[in-house]
Design a protein around this ligand. Structure first.
Ligand code: GLY
Length: 371
């Protein structure tokens, strides 16, 4: 088990990482608790698998203060936030309260936003139970909910008191959910950690089978990189945008398919491939490195097929992304394995060419990997 410190201008906190972290959750929370009450926020889904274990570790501090809510993306909204805040208010939770959010990205985003806004801010500990949450969303203080007009349109930056990430909880994820997070892990390798990328190239088959030693190393590298990025740019003024590699096309794909065809990570997987092609078109990355990225993406597992989407529809979805300014996006473009440029302007004709080439690029990499 390891502790990695995250330091941002607004807060410093530990990420307790590795097998055994969950067993020590009670002690971790006890050390953070002041004289306020502790509320455990989770979802019914997570509770089915981990409720007994969480209560075993936390009953002495939470007593019966458990609030379960719907963690589907469709329930990640202000109505859910209001419902939970009212439960807290009815039971007279005061400013000393400590929230514990146990779950995946939706639980963390909703509970985090409640922590940022209930009584103008209370403390929270994240216990991420999905791989995406462990390597990304539980760290760095982004919180928020969706509006009918788009994802994460209402939110706040609010850093937790601690993050407790135990890979043992990943065993109850479906294979598809688990694999979809690996695309985000590849992202970390491409944008800033060539040695993580090489590790993934060597160990991908073990990782897909959930070898704990490999998982722990991989999660640690991602957490360290995220900690480095949010230390330098907590509120995404610049550098933090690098974490959006693959997300411009990924978000557009999710929106164009009604958030139902792709898991987020899978859309990012396609997005990274498309953006890598754009990088080749711009002459920023060599074809050998592009082929390595494609090969690693393919080795995570089969991506759901791309639906037929016209370049015009793609452009319109990209312009609608909340990160676009006046309809233009600053792309995150890899320049080699382990480094990327942010805020790159890309001519439409290159995006269109990459979009047309994308299914062939994937099919070619697939043939190479399975040959
Ligand atoms: N998930 C991207 C970020 O935290 O900035």
């Amino acid at each position: 088990m390891k502790t990695i410190s995250v330091h941002t201008p607004s807060a410093s906190y530990p990420v307790v990482l590795g097998r055994g972290a969950l067993a020590r959750l009670g002690a971790t929370v006890e050390a953070l608790r002041r004289d306020g009450e502790v509320y455990l926020l989770s979802s019914r889904r997570v509770w089915r698998f981990w409720g007994r274990e969480l209560l075993r570790r936390l009953r002495h501090v939470t007593r019966n203060r458990v609030i379960l809510f719907d963690d589907r993306e469709t329930a990640k909204n202000l109505a859910t936030v209001e419902e939970i805040c009212r439960k807290l208010a009815k039971s007279r939770a005061d400013r000393q309260v400590l929230l514990i959010a146990a779950g995946g990205g939706v639980v963390g985003d909703v509970a985090g936003f409640i922590a940022a806004s209930y009584l103008r801010g209370v403390r929270i500990v994240h216990v991420p139970t999905t791989l995406v949450a462990q390597v990304d969303s539980a760290i760095g203080g982004k919180t928020g909910v969706d509006l009918p007009e788009g994802k994460n349109l209402v939110g706040a930056f609010h850093q937790p008191e601690a993050v407790v990430a135990d890979p043992v909880v990943l065993e109850t994820l479906s294979a598809r959910q688990f694999r979809s997070a690996l695309y985000e892990v590849i992202k970390y390798g491409v944008i800033g950690d060539a040695s993580l990328f090489r590790f993934l190239e060597r160990k991908m088959e073990r990782i897909v089978k959930m070898d704990y030693r490999a998982l722990e190393f991989m999660i640690e590298r991602c957490v360290r990189q995220k900690a480095r990025v949010v230390k330098l740019d907590e509120r995404e003024g610049g550098l933090r945008q690098v974490l959006n590699f693959g997300h411009t096309i990924g978000h557009a794909l999710e929106a164009l398919t009604g958030y139902s065809r792709f898991l987020h990570g899978e859309a990012v997987g396609w997005g990274m491939l498309g953006t890598t092609l754009i990088a080749v078109g711009l002459g920023r990355i060599d074809e050998g490195s592009a082929a390595r990225i494609a090969s690693l993406v393919v080795r995570c597992g089969e991506l759901p097929a791309l639906p037929s989407i016209s370049p015009a529809a793609l452009f319109s979805a990209i312009a609608g992304d909340k990160k676009a300014r006046n309809g233009r996006v600053g792309w995150v473009i890899p320049c080699r394995i382990g480094a990327a440029n942010i805020g790159v302007a890309v001519p439409d004709r290159l995006v269109e060419a990459a979009w047309r080439e994308l299914p062939h690029f994937y099919a070619h990499a697939h043939r190479e990997v399975t040959a």
